[in-house]
Design a protein around this ligand. Structure first.
Ligand code: BES
Ligand code: ZN
Length: 358
């Protein structure tokens, strides 16, 4: 699955991955169902700011409108409060402000009110600024790194500086696909076992999260030979990296009785590197997991698909192995099969215990 490359939700590769999972679950004796769902996703297709023929690397803010303009650049002092724009010739021009203190959306709205046709926001920290606009401002908004942005603002303050701003970005509706597997006739599981199979753009997602996808499939194969399989559903979630879209779609589509019938949802995310297995989640369940792993406090609400179930009052367990230097990078290429096997074995023991205690 890692050999497919990045499995970004809504792409043909993610669809291929879902087909692979369907085939594997069927071979293991399960029925499968694909649950599709749609959501809108922003994409930056390349945004630039050109000064004197030299392009700078702009980062379109998430949610910005597309647009193009070539105008003198106006250096606005501070962070772009309404007063910062007063008495400046911003009308019809591109403005540049600093990051911080007020939301990106307010800077954009203030700039638009002053008549600006585009806004550049300069990072105040090192590295790339990847910001998100909450509303839909009427002008294109781009971020620049501190190293590129500060000299540009200083120059615009010192002398007339014309810039060309190009923002190529769009909002697309994408279709995600959860792959659901269960034995014929099993309509009400007591445990739901899952992990996301999508990855972020540019990362093959071996640890995040082919590892959890593989452990989920492995548990399905192990359980297929036991009576436990009639108490379980297995789900490979899509769209996790876009904000838990797949798990949220699943819990929204589920009947309330289905969710209240679950004794546990087990989520596996990043279980293929680091020796120490960690298991977070609902205290009633971490008590069972206690002897087998390190139990960190309060991880129920963040970061991965178990959170969608916890929000619906389903008891959850979240299996992971801590931080990974290759997280969300092109280097997330390998995992240790021994660790996957260990995770699966531990989870098998825990499932047995959960289903034993009533
Ligand atoms: N796999 C990560 C979450 C994670 C991080 C698990 C570290 C275990 C250890 C997940 O895919 C992710 O990146 N989540 C996002 C939030 C999500 C709602 C987009 C995150 O943690 O920032
Ligand atoms: Zn993940």
């Amino acid at each position: 699955m890692v050999n497919l490359g990045p499995r970004v939700a809504g792409t043909p590769t993610a669809e291929q991955a879902s087909q692979y999972l369907i085939d594997e679950y069927r071979k293991a004796g399960y029925q499968t169902q694909v649950q599709t769902f749609t959501y809108s996703k922003f994409r930056d297709e390349g945004s630039t700011i050109t000064v004197d023929g030299t392009p700078l690397e702009g980062q379109a803010l998430n949610g910005t409108i597309a647009g193009k303009a070539t105008t003198p650049l106006v250096a606005v002092p501070n962070v772009g409060r309404p007063a910062d724009f007063a008495n400046l010739p911003v009308n019809g021009r591109i403005a540049i402000v600093q990051r911080g203190e007020i939301p990106f959306t307010q800077k954009a709205e203030n700039a638009a009110k002053a008549g600006a046709v585009g806004l550049i926001i300069v990072n105040t920290e090192g590295g790339t600024l990847r910001g998100t606009l909450t509303g839909k401002p009427t002008i294109p908004v781009v971020a620049l790194s501190r190293d590129q942005g500060n000299p540009l603002r200083d120059r615009a303050q010192a002398m007339p500086t014309t810039v060309s701003l190009v923002v190529n970005a769009e909002e697309r509706t994408i279709t995600g696909r959860n792959v659901i597997a269960y034995l014929d006739g099993v309509t009400q599981p007591t445990v739901l076992i899952g992990g996301h199979f999508d990855s972020v753009a540019g990362s093959p997602g071996a640890n995040d999260n082919a590892s959890g996808t593989a452990v989920t499939l492995d548990l399905a194969r192990r359980m297929a030979k036991t009576p436990l399989a009639r108490q379980a559903w297995f789900v490979a979630f899509d769209g996790e990296e876009d904000g838990l879209k797949g798990s949220r779609a699943f819990v929204e589509a589920a009947q309330p009785q289905f969710l209240s019938g679950l004794k546990a949802m087990l989520n596996f995310d990043m279980v293929g590197v680091n020796q120490q297995l960690q298991i977070g989640g609902s205290s009633s369940l971490t008590a069972i997991a206690q002897p087998k792993a390190s139990i960190p406090k309060s991880v129920v609400n963040g970061s991965s698909d178990h959170a969608a179930f916890a929000a619906k009052n389903v008891p959850v367990l979240f299996f992971y192995r801590g931080s990974d230097a290759n997280y969300h990078t092109p280097n997330d290429k390998t995992v240790d099969p021994k660790l996957l096997n260990e995770t699966s074995q531990t989870a098998m023991d825990i499932v047995q215990q959960i289903l034993k205690v009533d």
